[in-house]
Design a protein around this ligand. Structure first.
Ligand SMILES: [Mg+2]
Length: 241
């Protein structure tokens, strides 16, 4: 008797800054309200692995002078890739779950989605409070990762099961932990370069219009499948838990 065929379901995870939005909101926010020189030095140390993801956010926040009203006014000016709405609509009408994973902050994700008429999308990010003319960061999702405050690799593993195919869409350094476990990867900018340099298979894209066209084609042709290297990585991660 042959093995029973298991129906694979896609589960989609999307980065926020620079992927749903056209620019990196978190970065621009801290550049605007924080100390830019300290910020750039901290980012370099983070990229070199000398500073953890939460350490970087704490440095950024420690230099910020901003009220909630100023923050909200600033971030509302950031545009999204409007074709994200089409992609989300396609996923919803196809019964495919989509979540946003971000190493940024909830206040601007919530606000920007709502300003653009996007409701009900689950997201996992760091959180913050505006207190005494500054911003205090909270980390609701702790993991063993030293690179990230809210590790997207940890989130992907936490939110998927054995019958699911992980689809990941991102653009930056904070997506690295997630793509090692992802089966279908859509990459641009720094993430695309990372995938190139590390021999990770990916689809390049510019906008969600490209992602939608490709994703639709993959589903129509029954080409949704697990990536062997990602499966091995997931197995390794489960064993080491
Ligand atoms: Mg990003």
């Amino acid at each position: 008797m042959g093995a029973r065929a298991v129906k694979l379901t896609p589960k989609v995870f999307v980065d926020f800054d620079g992927t749903i939005t056209k620019h990196d909101v978190g970065n621009a926010f801290f550049r605007k309200f924080g100390d830019e020189a300290k910020l750039l030095a901290a980012i370099d140390r983070w990229k070199a692995g000398e500073l953890s993801g939460s350490g970087l956010l704490l440095v950024e926040a420690s230099t910020a002078v901003v009220t909630e009203a100023e923050a909200v006014k600033f971030i509302e000016g950031f545009e999204i890739d409007v074709s994200f709405k089409d992609f989300l609509g396609f996923c919803r009408s196809s019964g495919i779950e989509l979540s946003i994973l971000s190493d940024g902050l909830a206040f601007y994700i919530e606000r920007i989605l709502s300003v653009n008429g996007i409701e009900g999308v689950p997201f996992y990010s760091n959180r913050s409070q505006f207190i005494d003319g500054g911003i205090k960061i909270e980390f609701p999702y702790e993991s063993d990762c030293t690179k990230c405050a809210n590790c997207k690799g940890y989130q992907v593993l936490t939110h998927t099961g054995a019958d699911e195919v992980i689809v990941y869409i991102g653009n930056g350094y904070s997506d690295r932990c997630a793509v090692q476990y992802a089966d279908s990867i859509f990459a641009k900018d720094d993430l695309l370069r990372y995938c190139e340099e590390n021999g990770v298979t990916y689809f390049p894209y510019d906008s969600f219009q490209d992602v939608l066209a490709k994703f639709r084609k993959i589903l129509e042709r029954g080409k949704l499948r697990k990536r062997h290297r990602a499966e091995l990585k997931r197995r390794e991660a489960y064993i080491s838990e």
